[in-house]
Ligand binder design. Structure first.
Ligand code: ADP
Length: 393
């Protein structure tokens, strides 16, 4: 059974086609610069990379080319072989607590929710409509980044602001990376044969969030109303005092949008180091004795330690800490610094195991550790495909 997982942006469309019997990706690819000059696609198939520049007027055009290529490369014999399509959706607001089959009313809701994801939700809708135009008979499923976090209670999701901001305008914590945290929680529960774990899941990539999970359900998460909140990230500030915003607006003569842009795009590792948003560059810089990189790394690590400590208390202790995403899966120095900062909780790292783990599932804590620590490579695409198959069945 073949299922396609789709992640569409306003000018891009990423996809993976899964053979669900083996859970293997048969082909994956990226269509870029849709609707702007310089359209191009990249396909990864049987170890080869196929790159072609081609005008992509809109998402429909991209979908048509994609499906033609699947036939031309003989990945599938006919389009009927694609039995379902799962779409990643950034915001499902409060309404969508689980993945759903896509209907007209779901599409209308996503358009209505665009205030919560102005760049993403309209793009998801464009991609859904494009697939529906080209493959009208194939069932489609929406998988929301926010839905895993809908189990938070109001103590976790409310902000201490005038309550009517929540009731009138939906100002609350929604969180993000939910599909990844759900995948990590499910994977570790299956590996340890235990559905009743207290897990702290650390998704640390370019964006990053930490989630407290109990019995497979989200208790709290570090991202907030938007993905700007929480831990320090590659270019995002994470939590700051909001009074900084009007203060800097006045000093720099910028408007609110420019201030928020600076917090989203010029802060985090990039902002503090004035050097790079990429953790590899920062760690190299630290090894070369660059103080700006050390400053950025130390602050980054501290915000992660602070959130893990907060959630350790929130959960009343913790069975497993998981690291995932670009930095979490690959950067042993970052994991080591975080775990060293948690030593007072009785957490003991297995130094060799940590140093030797890059992008693979592994336990990196010592047997004497009070909390088990694992690296769990995330797979949001597979989770989307799995939800799709579950719903269309
Ligand atoms: P995104 O949030 O965009 O999905 P990823 O999860 O792919 O990001 O993570 C990207 C980040 O992971 C990069 O910016 C880089 O800092 C970091 N990263 C990737 N590989 C390594 C590595 N080998 N060592 C350290 N950091 C890495």
């Amino acid at each position: 059974m073949k299922i396609m997982s789709v992640n569409a942006g306003s000018s891009s469309l990423k996809f993976s086609l899964f053979e669900m019997d083996t859970k293997e990706v048969i082909i994956s690819g990226l269509f870029e610069r849709i609707g702007i000059e310089g359209g191009k696609y990249t396909l990864k198939y049987r170890g080869d990379k196929i790159i072609q520049e081609i005008p992509l007027d809109n998402h429909v055009k991209a979908v048509e080319i994609l499906l033609d290529k699947l036939i031309a490369l003989e990945v599938i014999g006919s389009l009927n072989e694609i039995e379902g399509i799962g779409h990643r959706v950034v915001s499902g607001g409060e309404k969508y607590q689980k993945s759903v089959l896509i209907t007209d009313s779901v599409i209308e809701d996503l358009i209505e929710l665009k205030d919560f994801a102005p760049l993403h939700n309209p793009a998801h809708v464009a991609a859904m409509k494009a697939f529906r135009e080209v493959l009208p008979e194939v069932p489609m499923v929406a998988v929301f980044d926010t839905s895993f976090h809908q189990t938070m209670d109001e103590i976790s999701y409310l902000y201490p602001v005038p309550y009517e901001w929540y009731t009138k305008y939906g100002v609350r914590k929604y969180g993000a990376h939910g599909t990844s945290h759900r995948y990590v929680s499910k994977t570790i529960s299956e590996k340890l044969h235990n559905d009743h774990l207290k897990i702290i899941s650390c998704h640390i990539g370019n964006g990053g969030s930490i989630t407290a999970i109990c019995d497979g359900k989200c208790v709290d998460t570090s991202m907030g109303f938007t993905p700007l909140a929480g831990i320090m990230m590659g270019t995002r500030s994470g939590d700051i005092d909001p009074s900084i915003i009007p203060y800097v607006m006045e000093k720099e003569g910028i408007d609110a949008q420019e201030a928020i842009d600076a917090l989203n795009k010029k802060s985090g590792l990039l902002g503090l180091s004035q050097y790079s948003s990429d953790m590899r560059d920062i760690v190299d810089g630290v090894n070369e004795g660059k103080e700006n990189c050390l400053r950025a790394l130390n602050k980054y690590v501290q915000t992660i330690i602070d959130y893990i400590a907060r959630y350790y208390v929130r959960l009343g202790g913790c069975d497993v800490i998981c690291f995932t995403a670009g930095v979490g899966e690959n950067s042993s120095p970052v994991r080591a610094k975080v775990l060293e900062g948690l030593a007072c909780l009785g957490i003991v790292m297995d130094l060799d195991q940590n140093n030797n783990t890059h992008g693979t599932f592994a336990k990196i804590s010592a047997d004497s550790s009070k909390v088990d620590v694992y690296v769990v490579p995330t797979d949001e695409e597979l989770m989307i495909a799995q939800d799709t198959i579950d719903l269309i069945r």
